[in-house]
Structure formats: C-alpha cells, structure tokens
Design a protein around this ligand. Sequence first.
Ligand SMILES: [Zn+2]
Length: 288
Amino acid sequence: MDNALTQEIAEISVAVKDYAAHHQRLERLTYPPGIRLAVNFTADFDAMLLRRLMNEPPMQLAKGEFGGRVGIWRLIELFDSHGVKATIFTPGRICELYPRAVQAAARSGHEIADHMWEHRVPKEPDMERDHLHKTIAALERLTGKRPVGTRSNHSLPLLRDEGFIYVSEGSADHLPYYVSDPTGSARLLNLPFHFAIDDAMFFSFAWMGSGNAAQRITDPDRVEELWWDAFLHQYRQGGYLNICLHPFVSGRALRIAMLDRLIARMKTLPGVWFPSCEELARHVLQTV
Ligand SMILES: [Zn+2]
C-alpha cells in the first residue's frame, strides 16, 4: 500500500473508533401501547436564509421567499388536516421575517425547534453561544415556549447547558441513538434522518447553486412510491421514520397533494404514530 492510502485508512480507523465511543445505540426502542411505528414529519423553515448564505442569485432567493409566504402555510394546513404533529426547525432570524407563520404553527400544536440563528454555527465559542441564545429568545418570544430540540451541529455541552434534550441531525443510524461529546459529559438523543427521505433531494431545481448534474425534478408519484416503500419497510420492523421537508420545496401544490395521499395511506395501517420530535424524544428518554 502506498503511504497516502495507509494514512487515509489510519484516519478512517480513528473515525470508526470515535463513532463507537460517541454514538450509543438504544438497547431497545419501545413505543407506547398499540404503536408500531413513529413517523416524524420535520420541516426546515430556511426560507431565504440558506440561499443568501450560499450567495445565490435573486431567483433562488425568491424560491426561498415562497416557502415563507405560501409553503409553510400549506404544510401547516396539511398537517392539521391529518392530526400530524410536526416539528418546524426554524432559524432564529425567520422570526423577524415570518412571525405570523411561526406563531400559527405553534398555535396548531406543532413543535418549533432550533435551526441556528442565521443557518450557520460560528466557530468562535462566544459567538456560537450568542447565536444560540438569540435563537432561543426569538422562538420563545413568538411561541411562549423554549425550544428543546435542534437541527444543527451546535456543540453538545452548550445544548445540554441550555436545556436541549435532542438533536435531529445526520444519518449515521436508522433508529434514534445517543450522541455524546468527546469527554462523554454531554449526551443527547439523536433522531436521525436520511437524504433519501428528504424532499430537496428530489424536487429542488438548482439546489444550492449546483451545476446541471444535480438538477432534481422528480415526478411526485415516483417520490410517493419511494417514500411509501421506505415507510412500509420501517413499519414491518417497528423502526423509525423521519421525513425531512422544506416549505420552499414541498409547499408547491402538486407536492402537497402527494404528501396528502401519502399520509392518508400511512393512516390506513394500525399503530402509526405522528408525534412531534419532542414528544418522541421525551417518550424514548423516559422508557430507556
Ligand atoms: Zn436548513
């Protein structure tokens, strides 16, 4: 083996050991009586912030704006019509842009959770803390409730100190599992998702300024079947499903119609639970 490969394998080996030390599987995942599968519908309410961070052109910013003006309202209506409690991961600054939508989601009983202040986690610890504090304050001001979950890579000790109980980030497992910081002092539950169950992978044209090879416009019927199969697979195993949506992507009418059909199909099977991430996390933390 050449030296470069040997070096790479040594680095991967460290990463594997690190994973083993800091990702702890649940001994057993048990749901409330009569429940066979929990489905978390999660929506990342990025609107224009992510697009702006990527320095994208005005057309892309407008796509994000659609998410705030129309998409989020359609998603709230869809979830409410099915009795689904969703989790809306919300950057703090979205509270300045779309306060009524955030309040309406909270009033409908959906969970409003952290998605960073400006959709990024600063490297400087003081600034990172400041961003998290600002987001907590902004969300609490609109909803009356302090967030307990995040979709971000904020440091775990900071999240623990601020009362967070779960993260929903990454796809290193298909079931909820614990993640801990290198010292092992801060341990939070992770509710993982996967990019195969993420609307942006199928429906986002010119996503994040990507080149032609990454243009994605998929027939909604095709996505419905893929996600239905993923759901059935987890249902049979008594597993877990976290469906990641974005209001500017899934808020389009044909995709809302697809999600409406998909949720209706899921509800034809007994024992399907649609809690918020917080509800599921509290259940898991109480039962393991
Ligand atoms: Zn995001």
